[in-house]
Structure formats: C-alpha cells, structure tokens
Design a binder for this molecule. Structure first.
Ligand code: PHB
Length: 394
C-alpha cells in the first residue's frame, strides 16, 4: 500500500499502528543472520565439518531463538585457503544477504581477506580458527575465540629446552601460522638455552615429506619442531618419519597441537605415542565442562569424528555470539558487540577463557601434552599447564 506523505496519509498510518498495538500484534522481527564461512569442500573439508559440528552442537544445546530473535545461519564454502573467494563470499553475505555478523574461517589468508570487508561494512567478525597473530590487528571488528600460534608454541619452546631437548630442526608450513610458529618457538627455545640446527618451510599444500625427513635424519637433531595445518598433512609426515627411520633413530617429533589433533590422532596409530605438543584443547581434558561437551557432540554425531581443537573454537565462537545477542536484548550492533566481547570471560570445555580488551584475542591456559593410550584410545594427555597466556605476538 502506498501512503501519500500528507496529514491524511500520516493519520492513516498511525491508525494502522494503533490497531496493531491494540490487538497486540507486533510487526514480525526479522531473524538475526550469521554468515558462517568454511572450507566445506576440498582437502580440508573434514576440518570444516569439525567446525560446523561445533556450531551445531552449541545451537542444539541452546536453541535457535536468542533473546526472542530467531538465529539463521548462512553457510558458505571457500573450498580451502582461497582469499579471493573468501572476500567475495563475505561481501555477498553482507550486501546481498544482509547478515549481522560473520564467523567461521579456518585459514589465515581467508581471515586477512575478509578483515577489510567487515571494517568497511562495520560488521562483527568472530574468528573460530585462523590463528596467525596479526589477524586481529587488521580490523577493530575482529574478536578471536581460537588461539594464536605464538601463544601456543612459546610455552613449548621453554619446556623443550628444560627437558633434555637441546638441538631442534624446525619444519613449518610456509604461510602466516607456520612463520609465527617458527619465529616464536625459536625465540622461547633459544632464550631457554636450546639451539636451532636447521629449518625448512614447506608449501601449504605439500603432498610429500620424504625429502625433508631424509635431510633431517642426516642432521640428527634431538627433535623436529612441526607446525602443519591440522588434518592430513601431520598424518603424512608421521608416516614418512616411520618409513625413513627418523623415530627409530631417536629423533622426536614435537609441535603445536595441530600435529596430533584429536580428529586424526587415532588414525596415526602407535607411532604417535610419546609425541609432545602444546595446545589449548585436548579431548582428554578433564573437566565437567569438557565431559558435557563431548557427551553432547557424540550424541549429536554418533558416527562423527572425535571433537578437536577446531570444533572447540567453533563451539566457543557460537557461545560468544549468543552472549552478545543476549546482552543487547536481541540485537547485534557492531560496536556494542565488540565492546561487550572485550569483557567476555567464561569456563570453556578447554578451560578458563577471556578476551584481552587490548587485542581482542583470547587469553587461555596452554597445556603441554603427551600422546598416550588411555582406555584403549590414543589421546593427548595434558601434564603441565600455563594459565592465562596472552598472545605474545602483539
Ligand atoms: C590458519 O590458517 O590460521 C590455520 C589453519 C589450520 C590450523 C591452524 C591454523 O590447524
């Protein structure tokens, strides 16, 4: 109906509004829309599934109506680390689909490409995984609920030097999180008296580790420090380490928690036993919150994978989105969301977490873990912890 901008028209409009309020019929509220960007297809689809499951478990536990608003999740597929696609998807979600918030994002290059888009559009961007330190500096609208590589590997550097590992060769994926891992492991390790005897950066989509493993075997370090993105590559590396006799020679593997993440750990088999990693989440973390999370995850996906570090990032990411909506009585204003999240504190299945208001990055306990077999399962057993670790990369 077209109402002319005349007094009569205005009166008619007011009459309609009066009628609506008299009958108690409020205009229906649009759902709140959340854009979830993940590599649903391609070689990292298993990790996207982990994160998607983390989101689904949270929604199943807490419902899809928050403070009276229906939550609608719009899922978009980047097919892998593809910054151009990630940027276009974020733009479409914001401009065409009118989402209120962007979330997800496994890969650093995708997060970096989305950052200027959310800044320009003034939309909150809750990062559930991408873990290179610099990302949160790229937009005031980013809050990260996963981890950063400097945060995770710095405690391991100190631990290794104090626990009989004197000479280390570093092998990392040649992009943001790999560079961060190499630099910050090396810093902590050498400051504590360790020595780096060689280093290599391998392509992000590296299919074969045999030549690297052979070279490392000849150099004979005490250990190889590894950062590879979670998923298939750590499994391939471990296979090569067994085949080439690296482990038989007494050369140990150590690394960030991505190396022995819970989604693939069982498939690694006995060669994974004894591998030391540092990380923020273990399936074997003993707490009532983790027991409840695992129970809900396994009930929702009885044939699914064991939840891993990316699933927990997604689960906690949803928790902060829900908390922000509740705090605003059903709204998701960008500035209010970020201001609210800067004060966020909770007990996650991984342990206590909070957001650092200066950096909008997560502050959390980092655990040193060892792969052991417990009740028939290969698990990362936490044996030392470093509480309230901030990102040292800023
Ligand atoms: C990242 O690209 O930031 C990334 C991806 C996979 C991981 C960790 C970090 O396991």
């Amino acid at each position: 109906m077209f109402i002319k901008r005349t007094n009569a028209g205005r009166a008619a409009a007011l009459a309609i509004l009066g009628l609506l309020s008299a009958t108690g019929v409020a205009p229906a509220q649009e759902p709140l829309k959340i854009g979830l960007i993940l590599p649903y297809s391609g070689p990292f689809a298993d990790l996207a599934a982990q994160m998607d499951y983390g989101v689904q478990v949270y929604v199943k536990q807490h419902g899809d109506i928050v403070a009276g608003r229906k939550i609608e999740i719009l899922k978009r597929d980047t097919g892998g680390p593809n910054p151009d696609i990630a940027k276009r998807l974020a733009q479409e979600l914001i401009v065409r689909d009118k989402v209120d918030l962007i979330t997800g994002v496994l890969f650093t290059p995708n997060a970096m490409a989305i950052a200027p888009v959310v800044t320009e559009a003034k939309k909150p961007f809750v990062i559930m995984n991408a873990a290179t330190s610099v990302i949160t500096t790229r937009s005031p609208y980013i809050v990260r609920l996963s981890f950063t590589l400097p945060q995770v590997v710095s405690p391991l550097g100190g631990w290794a030097a104090k626990n009989g590992i004197k000479k280390v060769y570093t092998l990392v994926s040649d992009y943001g999180p790999g560079h961060d891992s190499e630099i910050f492991f090396k810093k902590a390790f050498t400051e504590a008296g360790g020595q780096i005897v060689g280093e290599v950066r391998v392509p992000l989509r590296n299919p074969d580790f045999t030549p690297y493993v052979q070279r490392i075997k000849d150099i004979k370090p005490d250990a190889v420090f590894v950062f590879l993105p979670s998923g298939e590559q750590p499994v391939t590396l471990l296979k090569s380490a067994v085949e080439k006799g690296l482990l038989a020679d007494g050369i140990r593997l150590i690394g960030s928690g991505d190396l022995t993440e819970d989604g693939v750990l069982e498939g690694m088999g006995d060669p994974a036993l004894g591998v030391i990693t540092s990380g923020h989440y273990s399936y074997a973390h003993e707490s009532p919150e983790n027991a409840a999370f695992i129970k809900a995850f396994e009930a929702t996906f009885p044939n699914g994978p064991r939840p891993n570090l990316t699933a927990i990032g997604a689960y906690d990411g949803m928790a902060v989105i829900y908390a922000a909506i509740k705090a605003q009585n059903g709204k998701l204003d960008a500035d209010q969301t970020i201001d609210f999240l800067k004060t966020y504190k909770a007990m996650s299945p991984r342990g206590p977490i909070e957001i650092d208001p200066e950096t909008r990055d997560i502050v959390q306990t980092i655990y040193i873990r060892k792969v052991e077999r417990k009740a028939g399962k290969l698990v990362n057993v936490e044996f030392e912890s470093y509480p309230k670790v901030k990102d040292p990369g800023k």
